[in-house]
Design a binder for this molecule. Structure first.
Ligand SMILES: N[C@@H](CCC(=O)N[C@@H](CS)C(=O)NCC(=O)O)C(=O)O
Length: 234
């Protein structure tokens, strides 16, 4: 199997962290050569990464891939010891995905916009501020998201909190992690976990590459080409 992924893709990082934590070694991780092109969208209806390539059978969506990997590589389990514990892990993972990552991902273009749209920034950032408060009441207080060990919840939260820490200051706002004591303590602790640390190195590497592309103008060109190609597809 292959995982189509990218260093700066937080959704891909979620699956990579799970693969590293489970010690899976037979999945090749690569950046698809056609990513962002009309050909990629032709081959993959959703047109986004990650995609798991199972001998030519393409599976999109990070959460779906994560659940699939859990089923086919059940050990070590990143779910709960009981059905109720698993439900709790999935609740925290959903906070990472839907309540944090989705808003951060939609906010990220504002960090490089020539003129920011304050309505978009306010709408998305205020959601994340609210959602971090909710997370603060639910998150584990022993260095992991829940149950004192690494689970699927950590895999979704680590890329989400990386985005919070990097995107909100880049749109001129304070990083809200520090005002949520339990989330802040978790964030300090989980970064020492080897699997979290590994995806954070990859995410930071991707962020530096992206910043260099923005500085030298190649990212803007790429975005313009992608927009023109998408307009032709319609
Ligand atoms: N809900 C999707 C989101 C995936 C996603 O948005 N991936 C981004 C990279 S992190 C992407 O491929 N963007 C390309 C695009 O928007 O065309 C998931 O969980 O996998």
């Amino acid at each position: 199997m292959k995982l189509y992924s990218g260093d700066l893709s937080p959704y891909s990082a979620r699956v990579r962290m799970q693969i590293y934590a489970k010690g899976i070694t037979d999945i090749t991780i690569e950046r698809p050569a056609t990513f962002g092109s009309p050909q990629f969208r032709k081959d993959h209806p959703i047109g986004r990464i990650p995609v798991l390539d199972i001998d030519g059978d393409m599976m999109p969506e990070s959460e779906v891939i994560a659940e699939y990997l859990e089923e086919i590589y059940p050990e070590p389990s990143m779910l709960g010891a009981t059905a109720r514990d698993t439900a709790h892990i999935r609740t925290i993972a959903r906070i990472g995905d839907i309540y944090i990552l989705n808003n951060m991902f939609m906010l990220s273009p504002q960090s490089r916009a020539a003129t920011r749209n304050p309505g978009i920034v306010d709408l998305l950032a205020s959601q994340v501020v609210r959602n971090l408060k909710a997370l603060d009441r639910l998150i584990g207080q022993d260095g992991f998201a829940c149950f004192g060990r690494i689970t699927m919840a950590d895999c979704a939260l680590v890329p989400g909190l990386f985005m919070v820490e990097n995107i909100l200051p880049a749109v001129g706002l304070d990083n809200p992690i520090s005002v949520n004591a339990n989330v802040a303590a978790y964030w300090t602790a989980i970064q020492k976990n080897e699997h979290a640390a590994r995806i954070l190195v990859e995410l930071h590497r991707g962020l530096e590459e992206r910043r260099e592309m923005i500085r030298n103008g190649s990212f803007e060109k790429l975005m313009a080409q992608a927009a023109a190609a998408m307009a032709e597809e319609v």
